[in-house]
Design a binder for this molecule. Structure first.
Ligand code: GLN
Length: 191
């Protein structure tokens, strides 16, 4: 069984914890870089990416996460977490970690439709579509050749991507009671 950490410096980390509890996964809150040691996977939650990156840099997370990722720790960014792990943003702030070869645009669904819900098919997940909740969500605007697009919204915008042991979703699976994406990430973490 994988050991999963949830970055707990800002955002909806407790909701991710509840999902992991629901599938009986051993997880811990990560508040300092040395708590990354021994983890098989790290979830970076939704929240406010500028605040998350600012606090990450104050606590010294940037190099520690990159190092643990290069050692094989899986990383999943949801919403703001997707922005945090991107290689490049179309926005001036924040300075992303550059873990995953994706280009991302923040708040990409426009002001009027800041938040919406829809059902999407995720290619690695069997059964019914996933109910996806988008809250001032980012979108992937470009991907490197090694990146697999596993879900897109109707107009073809990618909203879930995978690259080796890295995963990013624009939406918030932790706000539903569907644990299939958390199960997918746990499988990736123990692979
Ligand atoms: N709009 C937020 C940002 O740019 C992300 C929103 C979210 O995580 N729900 O950081």
């Amino acid at each position: 069984m994988p050991k999963i950490g949830v970055l707990a410096i800002q955002g909806d980390f407790l909701e991710h914890g509840k999902m992991l509890d629901a599938i009986s996964i051993d997880w811990s809150e990560v508040r300092l870089p040395d708590q990354l040691e021994g983890l098989d996977g790290l979830i970076i939650p939704g929240g406010e990416s500028t605040t998350i990156v600012q606090l990450m840099d104050i606590y010294g997370f940037r190099d520690a996460i990159k190092r643990r990722s290069s050692e094989g720790m899986a990383v999943w960014g949801t919403c703001a977490g997707m922005i945090v792990i991107a290689r490049k943003l179309l926005d001036r702030r924040p300075e992303p970690l550059g873990l995953m070869n994706i280009e991302v645009s923040r708040n990409a669904f426009g002001r009027q439709v800041d938040s919406f819900e829809t059902d999407i098919q995720v290619s690695s997940i069997e059964g019914d579509p996933i109910h996806a909740i988008f809250i001032r969500a980012p979108v992937v605007t470009n991907v490197g050749p090694e990146v697999e697009i596993i879900a897109e919204v109707e107009d073809g915008k990618p909203v879930a991507v995978k690259q080796g042991k890295l995963m990013a979703t624009s939406f918030h699976p932790e706000l539903t009671d569907d644990t299939r994406l958390h199960e997918l990430f746990c499988r990736l973490s123990s692979s």
